[in-house]
Design a protein around this ligand. Sequence first.
Ligand code: SF4
Length: 202
Amino acid sequence: MSIKVGVSACVIGDKVRFDGGHKRSAFLMEDLAPFIDLVPVCPEVGIGLSVPRPTIRLLDRGETIGVRLVETKDSTADYTEKMVAFSQKKANQLADMDLCGYVVCAKSPTCGMERVKLYRENGYVASEKIGVGLYTKELMERMPWLPIEEDGRLHDPMLRENFVFRMFALKDFYDSMADGISRRAIVEFHSRYKLVLMAHSC
Ligand code: SF4
């Protein structure tokens, strides 16, 4: 069974960004790709947006309405429902594929994993530290065990090693349980990762 890894389509070099460009990751495509099967997804194209397209952003509309995914220059163009529906459906499909990891594009209001800019109605940034892209939020809720990293963070050797290790360990876990979850399979898996578990235990 191959190691399937989801990825924001622009990170493999597909020209699907709002400006018709891409954000190809050299590490992913040159170092990691030979060992894994990439599953590219562009959620914005997936909900029918064009390339190029107007920029979108996360807008905090307060406690009652919540965070919305809207066009930057026309906040009445609201893609929240479409994006949530697409993301839930796609996350369910990916969960059935035994995905072992996901590399998302940083800062995107759709794919960003953390610190995505969250705007207020007055145009100011509410916080750069709490926004999460709508698509990736659904992925994380549907598969909280899934190793997810942002393209930029993979430049950091420690984060990169951690991500790759977790990805291969998850693959090992899936393989170990392929014939059914049994006490023996769990004990053998834990025995193989005993030192890793101890190293991360506090
Ligand atoms: S960040 Fe996500 S939504 Fe934006 S272009 Fe890349 S894959 Fe598409």
